[in-house]
Design a binder for this molecule. Structure first.
Ligand SMILES: Cc1cc2nc3c(=O)[nH]c(=O)nc-3n(C[C@H](O)[C@H](O)[C@H](O)COP(=O)(O)OP(=O)(O)OC[C@H]3O[C@@H](n4cnc5c(N)ncnc54)[C@H](O)[C@@H]3O)c2cc1C
Length: 457
């Protein structure tokens, strides 16, 4: 394994020659902005940010870094929430943001090829001109890159309808840790020619290769969309209602859960407004979208549930956005309380309601001064347990919550990945044989262990 070192003078000279002064950034202030993660919990050190312009320059960077034993952290939009996008051991940051080319939409196959550094919102704007959409959407859309979304196998707001990134990956181009470039961007829907390298790199969190371009499948953009905010007295009522709607509403696209305390927080800290006169304990925000106006179907589905306390419906864009702000402002609002421990987990649906009630107690037992904020993609059993009031390196809460999740048969990472935040607990979900296979794959593709050495295994 390569010795981790600061950028040696000879590596600096070779990188400067390869990338030019715009591509090798050592200005301390600029570098510092790449060393802290979105939550502020993970802060690293590193000598430089490398900004290649194309795949050949990425390959050049990997070759130079291998030769000099310099470890590399690939970084896209730096919106990852498990500390995987920032250096921890003095690695250089390899920013992919300049690989942002977007090719024309292939209308017949409904696909698009984009550079890894293309920002999701920009790709969405390009595809929506053709009444097509990227099937994965998330609150970080204005910063997250497609390469980062593939590297984390991002999930997001529409997983219950469309699934996560891996499902839509039609091809990939990447520079592997061994320095070789693979490019398989033909976009054939059927292509059984051996190992699925795109699928393997998806979710690898920058540990096997640096993704440089992605071929994505697109979905039709529904012409009609209705949003409803529905209030419940209990977590069980909310979870049961979503399970019913998944059966009765074929056009259900999103079902997001949050609490009355969370609504109070986002209204206090941001511009969001509670549409109800009184605050309720639990809320579910649903989006239903299809080729015809789904309002009547949604109204019938909501009124079929006895547990509903209140409902607000929005059909036009400004009102829909106002309801969605109540959900999407959770992440920034929680950040105003201090650097959170973000524990993104999935529970089996039968265990979900009890977990939502129990987990604040689990947190309080581990850290009595901490506060817990819950929200998540309830249709998938995915809860984001956010804990504030705990020192960044105090892992007692992480330990208690992740063990609680594993004891219930859940996953310690639903969609954010493992990064450095959950590496210690990966064994709760993965057997020794699986971890052995992980290490073998990693050693084969990145024999010098220069890619994201602090992450995953
Ligand atoms: C407000 C907010 C809302 C969010 N909502 C969701 C959500 O609903 N669902 C969800 O899944 N996530 C969500 N996230 C987390 C985050 O947006 C995703 O993990 C996203 O996929 C990260 O993309 P990025 O470009 O910012 O990657 P980064 O944060 O830069 O990197 C993430 C990981 O991928 C690696 N990586 C990045 N680019 C490459 C590349 N080109 N090649 C190889 N490795 C690479 C990094 O090394 C790191 O390990 C949210 C984050 C925020 C701040």
């Amino acid at each position: 394994m390569a010795e981790l070192v600061r950028l040696p003078a000879s590596a600096h000279a070779e990188l400067l020659e390869l990338l030019g002064p715009e591509g090798l950034v050592t200005d301390a202030q600029v570098v510092a902005s790449h060393l802290v993660d979105w939550t502020g919990r993970f802060r690293g050190t590193g000598p430089a940010v490398l900004r290649p312009r194309d795949t050949a320059e990425v390959a050049g960077v990997v070759a130079v870094c291998r030769r000099h034993g310099v470890a590399v952290v690939p970084q896209g939009g730096n919106t990852g929430l498990v500390g995987g996008s920032v250096p921890h051991e003095g690695e250089v940051v390899l920013s992919l943001r300049r690989l942002a080319a977007i090719e024309p939409v292939a209308e017949r196959s409904r696909q698009i090829t984009v550079g890894a550094g293309a920002v999701l919102a920009v790709v969405q704007a390009a595809t929506r001109r053709h009444a097509l959409d990227v099937p994965v959407d998330l609150g970080a859309r204005d910063s997250a890159t497609v390469g980062g979304m593939v590297a984390t196998n991002a999930g997001g707001l529409q997983v219950l309808r469309h699934g996560s990134m891996r499902r839509h990956l039609k091809g990939i181009e990447a520079v592997l840790g061994d320095g070789s470039t693979i490019s398989h961007l033909g976009g054939l829907d059927k292509d059984n020619t051996g190992y699925d390298l795109a699928g393997l790199l998806c979710g690898s969190e920058g540990t096997l290769g640096v993704i440089t371009a992605v071929r994505l499948g697109l979905v039709s953009r529904p012409s009609h969309r209705v949003t409803a905010l529905v209030a419940f007295a209990s977590a069980a009522g909310a979870v049961d209602a979503v399970a019913t709607w998944r059966r009765s509403l074929p056009d259900l696209e999103a079902a997001e859960l949050f609490t009355g305390d969370g609504v109070g927080l986002v209204c206090r800290t941001g511009g969001a407004r509670d549409p109800f006169e009184r605050r309720h304990p639990w809320y579910v925000l649903v989006d239903v979208a299809g080729p015809h106006d789904p309002s009547d179907d949604l109204a019938a589905a909501v009124s079929s549930i006895d547990d509903v306390l209140d409902v607000a419906v929005a059909t036009d864009e400004p009102r829909r956005a106002a309801l969605w702000a109540l959900r999407e402002e959770h992440t920034p609002a929680i950040n105003t309380l201090g650097a959170p421990h973000k524990l993104d987990v999935t529970l089996p649906l039968d265990a979900l309601a009890a977990f939502l009630v129990d987990v604040p107690r689990t947190v309080a037992e581990a850290a009595p001064a901490a506060t817990t904020w819950l929200f998540g993609h309830v249709g998938d059993g995915n809860v984001h347990v956010n804990v504030v009031g705990v020192a960044p390196d105090d892992e007692r809460v992480d330990e208690a919550v992740l063990r609680h999740v594993a004891d219930l048969g859940g996953s310690i990472s639903a969609e954010h990945g493992i990064g450095v935040a959950k590496r210690r607990w990966l064994h709760l979900n993965r057997s020794e044989a699986e971890l052995h296979a992980f290490r073998a794959i990693r050693s084969a593709l990145d024999p010098d262990h220069i890619l994201n050495p602090a992450v995953l295994v």
